[in-house]
Design a protein around this ligand. Sequence first.
Ligand code: 13P
Ligand code: SF4
Length: 317
Amino acid sequence: TTAGPGWAAEVRALARERDAVLLAHNYQLPEIQDVADHVGDSLALSRIAAEADASTIVFCGVHFMAETAKILSPDKTVLIPDARAGCSLADSITAEQLREWKAEHPGAAVVSYVNTTAAVKAETDVCCTSSNAVEVVASIPREREVLFLPDQFLGAHVRRVLDRSDMHVWAGECHVHAGINGRQLTEQSQAHPEADLFVHPECGCATSALYLAGTGAVPEDQVKILSTGGMIDAARATGAKEVLVATEVGMLHQLRRAAPEIEFRAVNDRASCTYMKMITPEALLRSVREGTDEVHVDPELAARGRAAVQRMIEIGN
Ligand code: 13P
Ligand code: SF4
C-alpha cells in the first residue's frame, strides 16, 4: 500500500465504512495524529476505548495499548496498523518473573504500569499510567507492601512523592526515556534559564530535574514532572515563553498545537520511539482497508486482567 496525497481523506472514509474510531497516542507521527479522531495519553485513550460507540477501534500506538483496549472492550474488533509495534519497557518483565517476585513477597499489592503485556496484567491487582501512578499507589493501605513494575524511574518518582519505603520497584526502563539524561537536561536548562522544564517521569533525568529545583539552579515552579497529557494542560496554563521537553519527540506536535506562542525544545531531539513510528500512513491505510492487524487477547488472561485495568481508568483525572 502506498499513501498518496489524498491518503488522509481515504483513511477517514474507510474508517467510517468500517464503523471504526481512530485513536492516536501523543508519540505518533504528526500526520497520524492529525488524521485521528482522538489524540491523547495512555489513560485518556484507554478511557475513550472503553466508552467508544464504534464497533472497531483502530489503535495508532503500541501493542500493549491495543491489548488494553481489547481487555476493556472484548466484544469490539481492535486493530493496530502494525502488530510489530512493541515496547522495550513492556518487554522488561514477563509473567513468569512477576510470579517469582510475588512469591518472594506474599500478600503484597501488585501495581503494574499500563506498559505491560496482557499476561503480566493478569497477575496484577491494579494498573496505572504515568498520569495516575501516584493516586493508584496512594489508594493502597500503608500497611500493605507494594510491588511496582516495570519502570524504575516512574517507581522512584512515586516512592519519593508518597515517601513510601515499603514499595519495591522493578528495575525496568524504556530505552527512549532512559536515554534522556541529567547531563542533557542540565546543559539545556543552563542555555535556557527562563524555560520551564516538562519532564516525563519515565526519563533518566527525572531525579536531576528535582535536584535542579531543590538546589535553586532552576526556580521550583519552573520544574514539572508530568505525563504526556499533563504536559498539554501545563502548556496551556504556563506563562513561560520557552519550555524544555523531556520525553519522546512526537509530543512536540500536540504541544505546539496547544500553545503555538511558546517555543518548545526537546531536551534530547534523538529521543524517538521506533515502535511508535512503525505506524505509518501506509500501515494505517492498509489497516482500515484490510482490517489488519487484529489484536487478540486470550479471553482467560483478559478476564484475569480486566479488574486491574478497570480500576486504573477509574482512579485519577
Ligand atoms: P503516557 O501517555 O501515559 O504519558 O505514557 C507515555 C509512554 O511512554 C507510552 O508509551
Ligand atoms: Fe515503550 Fe518507551 Fe516507546 Fe513508550 S516510548 S512505547 S515506553 S519504548
